[in-house]
Design a protein around this ligand. Structure first.
Ligand SMILES: [Zn+2]
Length: 630
């Protein structure tokens, strides 16, 4: 039986308007949670809202309502978004829940009894919008380093947590557990910060009252981060040692944005050390999104509304895009153009097309019934390898890599169709067994793909499962095993899973139905204009992958008498370097040189986006390199 799995998102500030950042964290945690459930783990997936603090108190006063009434009204924005995005959380905690208040006060008392809380005087800077205390050193030209606003100077009575006492222990923990903070770059930041020395931390306030009172001193409310972080315990039933608590604490991973790493990687573990509770196994900090290359901000008006994205493209494509576009842990850029590009290339062309292609052939050659046949062979090996690799990538939350592996299998299915050519097998009755074997293998591969995509695109997976006639409980570890599980199943006619989006439309319109994308009127040119293109045949002599790029290959192309030149081509997702060496291709030689990933490209290789993905333009008989195309 696999280990139980406890995964959390941060609790979001209730008064915030949900944006792409909130959606990103939560979708990522959801995909991880769904994957673990499929693999048989008992999963506890927690999200919620942080509802205390000065900002909520002030907003509520402005609106003439109580802070709780304000929170009750605005919390639904998050709850609705998670519904829209099909988030499968097991609990939604609010810091105004009675269960949470009790947990926070107990944690406080436990730490105080240890002698780690004392009353002192706080004199420093505080950024109210960020709810962050700042030292004079952290200020940048007198403003908050995170939001650029001017912080307030504070001098007030405050309780302090003896964080300094845990400096060495935290450092030892960080050093002994490299996996504790991921990715590595973030871990280094924290190591550096802790090595710089930990000061005691102010953990109470007297300047506002909307918070959890300090036990035994009602004039103070507990600092929002001491309050908020405790949610990871209170949702499990802490301080009671419930069964849930026993099964799930310590958490396997806290998924967070990098802006709140210090609270999770420094404050939280030291609070837990003081309370003598085990530390979470991992804090994974992901990057930030820019929008069309610019920082997202309310003033620029470029904040991406996830609800609107779901309305335009559907929940699954949006989820897919977020997890596929950017390695988890790095910063990324969101644009609707990129989103539509992925939709058409990966979802409509690859995934959607392979389903309709294979099920249409099953219909045609096997009357829609999966034949009983031997399914061992190439495709079985590929599928088993994909399942294994996806597992490794999901283990380290490398969602984009897991998706690449799945798409590798999808490409493999398309190649298998081309190799086996079922239409040719169907013409010869003597090859019936071969045809049956190919069709049964293809259907089995579609079944495996359905399971593999389900954590990322749960609705699409359900639709695909319905087409394949999969029975209840199909989404399981057992189901990932290659076998003749579909034998005899009658397959429903597949509707396209992802009708293409017509890119001639401006983004923002409703997706069009397929077929509506009529051929665009293209501008006419003269022969002279065509002759300006120096198109020649070339033979690829060398090819290598470009570091840090999934798409690019660096090629050395032999152009015969015209010499040879270096071309960087965006074909790596379809062609391995070894696949292209020796191939004759068509090169546009007089394209202005450009730098791609810092490498100069002196020309362009022609390719076409076909129904089975990208294909290099070739020639139908051998031609020497350097031949002019006209
Ligand atoms: Zn700030």
């Amino acid at each position: 039986m696999p280990e139980p799995f406890y995964i959390t998102t941060p609790i979001y500030y209730v008064n915030d308007v949900p944006h792409i950042g909130h959606a990103y964290t939560t979708v990522a945690a959801d995909a991880a949670a769904r994957y673990r459930r499929m693999m048989g783990s008992e999963v506890f997936f927690l999200t919620g809202t942080d509802e205390h603090g000065q900002k909520v108190e002030t907003s509520a006063a402005e609106q003439g309502v109580s802070p709780k009434a304000l929170a009750d009204r605005v919390v639904t924005r998050f709850q609705k978004l998670w519904e829209v995005l099909n988030i499968s959380h097991d609990d939604f905690i609010r810091t105004t829940d009675a269960r949470h208040q009790e947990a926070v006060q107990t944690l406080w008392r436990t730490v105080a009894e240890k002698g780690d809380i004392y009353l002192g005087e706080y004199e420093d800077w505080y950024c109210t919008p960020c709810e962050t205390f700042l030292t004079a050193l952290q200020l940048q030209e007198g403003t908050c380093p995170d939001c650029g606003r001017e912080p307030e100077q504070l001098k007030e009575e405050s309780y302090f947590f003896r964080m300094s006492r845990y400096e060495q222990r935290l450092l030892a923990h960080l050093e002994a557990h490299p996996e504790f903070i991921q990715p590595e770059s973030r871990r280094n930041e924290i190591l550096q910060f802790v090595r710089g020395g930990l000061k005691d931390l102010s953990i109470s306030r007297t300047t506002f009252s909307w918070g959890i009172p300090v036990p035994g001193n009602d004039r103070h409310v507990i600092y929002v981060w001491f309050d908020a972080l405790t949610n990871y315990l209170s949702a499990l039933g802490y301080p009671s040692r419930t069964e849930r608590f026993g099964a799930f604490w310590p958490a396997d991973v806290h998924v967070i944005g990098k802006d709140i790493l210090r609270f999770h990687a420094v404050y939280w573990p030291t609070f837990l050390m003081a309370a003598e509770l085990p530390l979470p196994r991992q804090v994974f900090s992901h990057g930030w999104w820019t929008v069309d290359g610019e920082k997202m901000s309310k003033s620029k008006g470029n904040v991406v509304d996830p609800v609107e994205m779901v309305r335009r493209y559907g929940a699954d494509p949006f989820r897919y895009f977020l997890l596929r576009e950017v390695p988890f842990g790095l910063d990324g850029d969101f644009s609707e153009k990129a989103m539509v590009g992925r939709f058409n290339a990966d979802l409509a062309n690859d995934l959607g097309n392979v389903f309709s292609r294979v099920t249409a052939m099953l219909d045609k050659y096997c009357e829609g019934i999966v034949p009983r046949a031997d399914t061992s062979g190439d495709l079985a090996v590929q599928a088993e390898r994909a399942v294994q690799r996806v597992d490794e990538e999901m283990e380290r939350l490398a969602f984009h890599k897991a998706l690449q592996e799945i798409w590798g299998l999808i490409n493999g299915i398309n190649r298998y169709v081309d190799q086996k050519a079922p239409w040719a097998l169907a013409r010869e009755t003597s090859r019936r067994a071969e045809l049956d074997g190919a069709m049964a293998s293809l259907m089995e591969a579609l079944r495996v793909v359905t399971l593999l995509v389900s954590p990322f695109m749960p609705v699409t997976a359900e639709q695909a499962a319905a087409v394949l006639g999969l029975q209840e409980g199909w989404c399981s570890r057992e189901g990932l095993r290659w076998g003749a599980s579909l034998t005899g199943a009658e397959i429903a006619k597949a509707k396209p899973l992802f009708p293409r989006i017509d890119t001639a439309e401006t983004p923002g319109r409703e997706p069009k139905q397929p077929g509506a994308a009529a051929a665009k009127q293209t501008e006419q040119i003269t022969l002279q204009e065509f002759n300006r293109l120096d198109l020649r045949t070339g033979v690829i002599r060398e090819a290598e992958a470009v570091a840090k790029s999934e798409r690019l290959l660096k090629l050395l192309v032999d152009l015969g008498e015209a010499g040879s030149r270096q071309v960087v081509a965006g074909i790596a997702e379809v062609y391995a370097p070894d696949d292209v060496i020796g191939k004759t291709v068509v090169v546009l030689c007089n394209l202005k040189p450009a730098k791609l990933m810092g490498i100069e490209s002196q020309g362009m290789i022609l390719a076409v986006e076909g129904e089975n993905g990208l294909s290099l333009v070739g020639l139908d008989r051998p031609v020497l390199p350097g031949g002019k195309i006209h």
